[in-house]
Design a protein around this ligand. Sequence first.
Ligand SMILES: [Zn+2]
Length: 361
Amino acid sequence: MSPLILDAHLDLALNAIEWNRDLTRPLAEIRQREAHLRDKPDRGRGTVCLPEMRRARIGVCVATQLARLEHAAYSPVFGWRSPAQAWAMTQAQLAWYRAMEEAGEMVAIRDAAALEAHSARWQAADDATAAQLPIGYIRSLEGADSLVTLAHLERAVADGLRAIGPAHYGPGVYAQGTSTEGPFPARGIELLRVADELGLILDVTHLSDACFRQAMTLYRGPIWASHHNARALVPHQRQLADDQFRALVERGAVVGVALDAWMIVPGWERGKTTPQSADLRLEHLVAHIDRYCQIAGNARHVGIGSDLDGAFGTEQVPQEVQSIADLPRLPDLLRARGYAEVDIEGVMHGNFMRFLRKALK
Ligand SMILES: [Zn+2]
């Protein structure tokens, strides 16, 4: 039986609401039903659904709400035209999570006790039992554009939000994100202060280098990087530099490695390079895990934040990954690199579990 997996970054509600995928259905059916669509590059090539997550033994995940604002100067991905629209979209996503809870498909995890009880259920389950279990999720807001005011953040936390990443792609309302530079605006500093008071986990993924530095100084609460690969292996501002990783280790952070191809190997051209032409394999992702472990001097600060179906599908992931249920191939690759069983369990779930036990107290 493969170890329990904690996936620290999945855009499940975005897939359900914006991609119109019924994630309770089998993967083949989801693909088939959208095979004729051309509105998004990953149509018909999804890898994530709830049954496949259970097959992978992903008993716990961090699931996002995500709605960006359109920015005239920088729009590599879709954005809404007003904060009210973005907020409304995150509320539709929340309503979908609630519907999944009511259907017994998922269960919201808000505190350490619930995390402990839920993961114990999964640990004890054989594959047949696991196929019937709800998937536990900790809710995180990716990009804060949708917060019309900071009172909306308080409402979200009252509703069970437990983590926040202030930035996404491009300039944001509260922070500078991927491919932009510069520090937090005043309202971003205020966001950090309120998030700190509310006891949220701060996700530094997507922050500009200047914002990253500021966040590390200003934020006193728990910090992680939910889906973030190593800049030393693929040079790009979206990636985590060695000194940034070192600073995170000092704070007791855990960093999740992501399966988006361009973040795994250098020179990837979206829409041109294919997993086959690049001979992209999970082994290349293991190199990022190993990089982090070598820097930390141990295997206690790395986990999985797959980001699978985060606006890309099988056209942009390692060749062996036809489904999220292929993540259990990772332990063998880590074994081949000489990782001990205890370290492998740490990477697959134990490190994020340790972090969350403390952060959700
Ligand atoms: Zn992201």
